[in-house]
Design a protein around this ligand. Structure first.
Ligand SMILES: Cc1ncc(COP(=O)(O)O)c(C=O)c1O
Length: 463
């Protein structure tokens, strides 16, 4: 079975020629190996987590390596290109911004920033909103954590704790990585020492609170979290805010409404703020503009990034004026946040999402894809534990035979096989594959990719 190994070597495989996919060389293309080696000599090992496929051009939902090979992209970069890669209107907006000859403004007043902020405030479900622009998603979540802590501390010096969920992901800066739940990502510091606390995510599939079969995680499950925290000596008086992905990237599973409502009630009763991290799930990805629309709770803060621009680095925090205005002038800003070229790209991106009705497209194409992926699950009931998601935010979870434990070898082998057949995916290393193409993907291309996945599962399971 031909997995792409971590050592660099091209492997001969099937040649492919369809309307969208083209594989005409061994993969990775031999001519790209020296370039990849050059990169590997320059970058740390941590940058080799993706398959070694050279990205030369990405347009719409197609990616090519400059050597004649072309893939249907199920990654959208890493869930960035919601309107498609290199959308002509975004390229044009960037060109216009360049022609104005204004490439950096910091916090000096400038038009592109004002235009984008106006749009964001208009799209905010939070009453009386303001917004602040950054570059990376991690800056937005870090900033939201800081705002929640400032507010908590203003109520009581001990109210500075941050509650987050196991296995979540909020970025790599300090508080963001402490709020992220994969233990080894923050093993350099004791969470409790810096007032970070975690509870299980209500991912019903793994049944964290041992519910009766088929019963979704609910209010009683959240109550158990509160009891557990209490037993650890942590009460609501220690907690300033909760940060959570309403639909985490690794589960694509929305927080069940009942659980979310219990969390929101507890937070409101105890002066605890809630930030929904929508860096990955926002901007139409899940078939709603915000993923939290699926769960019926409006947060106090929202972090956005990735699909906010579909291109250049832009992220944002949205929150109510009373909270956003707490830091003094100059206290909450970054050099590149709201960069005029990036802001122009993000504004155009938001207009494209509306004009091309991409939220609806995400919902409709997502339903088609989910239906077909579920058929694959029916054919492989012993190896596929679950297929779920909303919009074009779908994951397929593999399990070891006779167990519900994730089978990461199988999931990654499927992703690698799909890449060798012209479907771009990312190996997750966690027992699932993810279906997150640009929202503009032609439904026929999406179904072609599903068919390739079906063949790859068959191939890998039989080998
Ligand atoms: C939910 C979520 N929050 C925050 C981040 C961090 O964003 P960035 O990598 O742009 O810093 C990510 C990135 O994957 C994410 O998925």
């Amino acid at each position: 079975m031909g997995m792409i190994p971590t050592e660099l070597a091209s492997i001969d495989g099937p040649r492919v020629e369809t309307r969208w996919r083209r594989i005409v060389t061994p993969i990775p293309a031999p001519a790209t190996l020296p370039m990849i080696e050059r990169l590997r000599a320059l970058e740390p090992r941590s940058m080799t987590g993706m398959s070694p496929i050279w990205w030369h051009k990405a347009e719409g939902f197609l990616v090519s390596d400059g050597q004649g090979n072309q893939w249907i992209d199920l990654t959208s970069g890493i869930v960035v290109a919601n309107v498609g890669h290199a959308h002509p209107r975004i390229c044009e907006a960037i060109r216009r911004a360049l022609d104005q000859k204004l490439l950096a403004t910091y916090a000096f007043p400038a038009l592109q920033r004002a235009n984008l902020l106006e749009k964001l405030v208009h799209l905010s479900p939070i009453p009386d909103s303001k917004a602040l622009l950054y570059s990376g998603g991690t800056e937005a979540t870090e900033s939201a954590i800081l705002l929640m802590r400032r507010h908590g501390r203003s109520l009581h010096p001990k109210k500075i704790g941050i509650l987050s969920f196991l296995d979540g992901y909020h970025g790599r800066t300090m508080s963001a990585s402490l709020a992220s739940g994969v233990p080894q990502k923050a093993d350099w510091i004791q969470r409790q020492q810096v007032h970070h606390y975690q509870i299980p995510f209500p991912f019903c599939l793994h049944n964290p609170w041992k519910q009766e079969r088929n019963e979704p995680c609910n209010r009683a499950c959240f109550d158990q979290c509160v009891i557990h925290l209490h037993q650890e000596g942590i009460g609501p008086e220690h907690i300033a805010g909760i940060i959570v992905e309403p639909m985490p990237g690794w589960t694509t599973w929305p927080i069940p409404t009942d659980f979310a409502q219990a969390m929101a009630d507890w937070a409101r009763q105890n002066d605890i703020l809630i930030c929904f991290d929508e860096v990955q799930s926002g901007c139409g990805r899940t078939g709603k503009f915000y993923a939290h629309e699926h769960i019926g709770v409006v947060p106090d803060l929202i972090a956005l990034g990735k699909g906010l621009s579909s291109s250049l680095p832009v992220s944002a925090v949205l929150g109510p004026k009373w909270l956003m205005d707490q830091p003094a002038p100059g206290e909450m800003s970054t050099t590149h946040g709201g960069n005029p070229v990036c802001a122009a790209a993000a504004l155009e991106n938001l207009c494209i999402i509306e004009d091309e009705q991409l939220v609806k497209a995400s919902e409709t194409t997502g339903k088609l894809v989910l239906e077909q992926l579920r058929k694959i699950q029916e054919d492989n009931p012993h190896r596929i534990l679950s297929v779920h998601g909303r919009g074009l935010f779908i994951s397929m979870h593999f399990n070891r035979p006779g167990s519900t434990k994730p089978d990461s070898a199988l999931a990654d082998a499927v992703a690698h096989e799909a890449i060798r057949r012209g479907v771009m995916m990312f190996p997750t290393g966690r027992g699932y594959i993810k279906f997150t193409p640009p929202l503009c993907i032609d439904p026929e291309a999406a179904l072609e990719a599903v068919e390739v996945i079906r063949q790859c599962i068959q191939l890998v399971c039989e080998s």
